[in-house]
Design a protein around this ligand. Structure first.
Ligand code: V47
Ligand code: SF4
Length: 379
């Protein structure tokens, strides 16, 4: 009997695309040039079929989410990334917010008795919030709720914190890890290639710096995520360069859990003149990431940024994770123009969204251990 990939191979007249489909069928890795060919020539149905084949081989219909909330300590930031709608320079700090340690611990306490498994802490890079401040925060959260997984601080925040404290990356991470930090989120990666990074985020940690912080975290036994901000001034070759560097590091350390492509949103920032990409381009991005990143176990669509309907659609284009309940606790995307102005979804809504796409909802913890199988109660 012909498999779906045999049908795809036989019906594709373009030899280069046909060879890529043959590689996927036999489990071979595609190279950077082939990835560019996919971006340039692969139709949505072509890349979608390949990505869905890989997704179902890895995870069948399983689709993960978790119960989480965000804490954003501040939006005051020493940097001025051109795509950022959220930060306020220190000189205008009265327009922003700065949470005290007690206020953040109170946010954690407001979840007492609720079955959340993860707190995600990221924010602007505030010149006065230093290592000692964040170590105290983490210790207090852990003391109050030891079972809550702390996923916190982008490589951008960490790079600044460690430089100010005159610590090496290894020393700084070790101190935070000892205090209770368990994973790193994937933010701050943007586009690694200096040609683009300098144009959109020229004053923060370099691509190499981002990668070396994640490598050091992996060496300490921590898991991390990786993002890529796409759909602005980058070319396809920059996306491939970015994903290729992530794939190389993953070959070395196996420390990444999930890849999260982040669609550029254009409201209220210095890049508002750039049109946002279409849904077709978004789905092609997810699908090609699933095909190229053969050593990443998971591909996440972050619904507060993409919108819930497109997140649902992405489950047919390689995505097997749609993040968590969020609980209206992040402002990054609502300020950048996402239709999700109050990002919160109840577990029931997330489950329904996944089931409507004819997928199998599973609640996970941060490290993808299965917490609850929703098909067990739905049938
Ligand atoms: O690094 C900022 C992005 C990131 C815009 O690891 C924008 O589980 C689009 O990384 N349009 C921070 N994107 C958020 C992040 C993240 C989110 C959810 C889950 C995880 C995880 C990580 O947000 C920044 C930047 O790339 N961003 N402004 C914008 N206008
Ligand atoms: Fe600061 Fe992050 Fe915004 Fe850049 S993206 S200005 S580092 S808050």
């Amino acid at each position: 009997m012909s498999s779906i990939l045999d049908i795809l191979i036989n019906s594709t007249s373009d030899i280069e695309l046909q060879n890529i489909a043959k590689k996927v069928k036999t489990g071979q890795r595609i190279n950077d040039e082939e990835c560019i060919i996919l971006f340039e020539k692969g139709s949505l149905s072509f890349v979608g079929t390949l990505a869905n084949y890989i997704r179902e081989n890895l995870h069948q219909d399983k689709t993960y989410f978790n119960r989480n909330f965000h804490i954003e300590p501040t939006n005051v930031c020493v940097f001025s990334c051109k795509f950022c709608s959220y930060s306020r320079l220190y000189a205008h700090k009265e327009e922003g917010w700065e949470l005290s340690i007690d206020q953040m611990v109170d946010i954690v306490k407001s979840y007492d008795g609720k079955p959340v498994t993860e707190v995600h802490i990221v924010g602007g890079v505030h010149p006065k919030m230093n290592m000692a401040y964040f170590i105290e925060l983490i210790q207090k959260i852990k003391k109050h709720r030891p079972d809550l997984h702390i996923k916190a601080f982008t490589a951008v925040e960490l790079d600044y914190m460690f430089r100010k404290a005159k610590l090496t990356t290894k020393e700084g991470l070790k101190q935070l890890h000892d205090a209770g930090l368990q994973s790193l989120p994937g933010g701050g990666a943007e586009i690694f290639h200096p040609e683009i990074r300098e144009a959109i985020a020229g004053d923060k940690v370099t691509g190499e710096g981002w990668l070396s912080i994640h490598e050091a975290a992996h060496e300490l036994g921590m898991h991390t995520n990786a993002t890529m901000l796409y759909g602005h001034v980058e070319k396809y070759s920059h996306r491939v360069d970015h994903m290729s560097k992530l794939r190389d590091l993953q070959d070395k350390t196996k420390g990444f859990n999930t890849f999260i492509p982040l669609k550029f949103r254009n409201a209220n920032n210095d890049m508002s003149y750039i049109n946002e990409l279409t849904t077709t381009e978004d789905m092609r991005m997810y699908a090609i990431a699933r095909i190229f990143l053969d050593n990443f176990p998971h591909l996440k669509a972050y619904w507060p940024m993409l919108g819930r309907q497109n997140a649902q659609l992405s489950l047919s284009f390689g995505v097997n994770d749609i993040d968590g309940t969020i609980d209206d606790s992040t402002k990054i995307y609502s300020m950048a123009g996402s239709e999700e102005q109050t990002p919160t979804m109840s577990t029931e809504e997330l489950v329904r969204l996944i089931q409507q796409a004819k997928r199998h909802p599973i609640e996970r913890d941060t490290l993808y251990n299965e917490v609850f199988d929703y098909n067990a109660i739905a049938n």
